[in-house]
Design a protein around this ligand. Structure first.
Ligand SMILES: Cc1ncc(COP(=O)(O)O)c(C=O)c1O
Length: 456
């Protein structure tokens, strides 16, 4: 098909530069073109069906063919296709969504602010935090702590918060004032014999040492995903968030929970902050807020954040920040309907129940020769591949085995995503036990095929 100059594949190679893709290699391998979707399935241009075991990009919670979201968009498009929230203006979908989010929050929140992507929302959080420090007469309090392996986005500030080499290399990032503390991956980072609790204590000590070395009066906030996603699905070790939060409280440092993946049911509670007893001052949400049918993201801020910002905006004359399409009425209407569906269909409970089955199936493959570790909670999980379980050594270079198994899985009709040698599973929240079995039967078969190729 590719040899036809006007085929979609050929035109893609000719005209389209892909996100998160080796641009040179793409010229050889070309695209997988997805044409349509229904439920947990998508279909490519040749008619081959796949289970979308990543829900797109961790995001299509209600599945790919939810007519209610189409109807909500159409209705709002016909009524008011665009408006904004600058200079005291507003519109009903945005007011309704702000009220909905603030009333859903697991800890007291004061206001919601709207943006278009997870990256923009994290950038906005960082700017709000700086603005607040200035408002409080603490201009020196500007440093932000993130973590190695964190993922917070790709704009200049959010990519700086991200703690992954591919988001920094050759981009001249991170920017100043962003610090990265230890990653909470027990299997990779713990000392021999160290329990999860001991490991968490050591990480909290690392954090405190970093704060003291930099000067506590210079640290404004720490960002964290309740469960790390794009860093390879890293579930916090026992006691982790409790110990980290005790350090933050000691030095009056704000906590930002990046709920972009965990929010709206993924971890078996409405928010990851509930699953791990986090008490954030700012919550950042996107993806499953609208099941990614349309781009929208939001921040919730508590009074500790809002009140000084309100004073400073009054002093200056405005809060000089906002996006043309931030809180777009059609996206907001879709998000409202999406949250209604999540509640009406008990998709959070489904994530917990079917998630328990998924974790069982994951646990079962831990004994496979190529699997070093499996990890996860509810409907998010990963298997990390190795060729030597004792040394945890990769097969050649990091990512080679992950890429191989990911390719075989795709041939076998399952779309996953390998982050290095960790393959993630994050299916739509509507999935059932039988469909989870379909995924993991294919995973077992694909691992066996990969093992044969590795031996050869
Ligand atoms: C936890 C987290 N934060 C932020 C982002 C960035 O979101 P976006 O790609 O919408 O900018 C992502 C995207 O995967 C994410 O997983």
């Amino acid at each position: 098909m590719d040899s036809q100059p006007n085929s979609p594949e050929a035109r893609d190679k000719k005209f389209h530069m892909h996100a998160y893709t080796n641009a040179r290699r793409h010229q050889e391998v070309g695209p997988l073109i997805i044409e349509k979707g229904d439920g947990i399935y998508v279909e490519d241009i040749s008619g081959k069906r796949y289970i979308e075991a990543m829900a797109g990009l961790w995001s299509v919670g209600v599945g790919f063919s939810e007519q209610r979201l189409v109807d909500a968009a159409t209705k709002q498009m016909a009524k008011l296709p665009y408006y904004h929230s600058f200079t005291h203006k507003g519109h009903s979908p945005l007011i309704d969504l702000a009220e909905k989010l603030v009333t859903m929050a697991p800890v007291p929140m004061s206001k919601a602010f709207f943006t278009n992507s997870g990256s923009e929302a994290n950038d906005t959080a960082m700017k709000m935090i700086w603005f607040r420090s200035n408002a409080l007469g603490q201009p020196q309090r500007k440093k932000i702590i993130s973590r190695k392996r964190a993922y917070h986005g790709v704009t200049i500030a959010s990519a700086s918060l991200t703690g992954l080499p591919n988001n920094h290399l050759s981009f001249d990032l991170p920017i100043a004032n962003v610090l990265h503390t230890s990653s909470p991956h027990h299997w990779r980072e713990a000392l021999p014999g160290e329990t999860e609790q001991q490991f968490s204590t050591r990480l909290a000590d690392d954090l405190e040492k970093l704060i003291l070395a930099e000067g506590p009066e210079t640290i404004a906030a720490m960002f964290g995903e309740p469960v790390m996603g794009a860093g390879g699905v890293v579930v916090p070790p026992a006691g982790y968030w409790e110990k980290i939060q005790a350090v933050l409280r000691k030095y009056d440092i704000l906590l930002v929970a990046d709920e972009v993946i965990c929010g709206f049911g993924r971890t078996g509670n409405m928010f990851g902050s509930e699953t791990y007893a986090m008490q954030p001052d700012i919550m950042v949400m996107s993806k499953q807020i609208s099941s990614s049918y349309l781009p929208i993201s939001a921040l919730m801020i508590n009074d500790k954040v809002f009140e000084p910002i309100a004073d400073e905006s009054n002093r200056i004359g405005t809060f000089g920040h906002g996006f043309t399409a931030g809180g777009h009425p059609v996206a907001a209407a879709v998000a409202l309907e999406n949250l209604k569906i999540i509640e009406e269909r008990n998709l959070v409970a489904n994530a917990r129940e079917v998630g328990a089955h998924m974790q069982k199936r994951l646990a079962k493959i831990a004994s496979h020769d190529l699997v070093g570790e499996v990890r996860g909670v509810a409907l998010i999980g990963a298997m990390e591949l190795v060729t030597d379980k004792a040394t945890k050594a990769p097969w050649g270079s990091v990512g080679a085995l992950g890429g191989l198994v990911n390719g075989i899985l795709q041939q076998n009709g399952i779309i996953s995503r390998n982050m290095g040698d960790a393959l993630a599973f994050c299916p739509p929240l509507i999935i059932n036990d039988k469909q989870v079995d379909d995924i993991f039967d294919a995973v077992e078969k694909s691992l066996d095929e990969a093992a044969k190729q590795v031996k050869a």
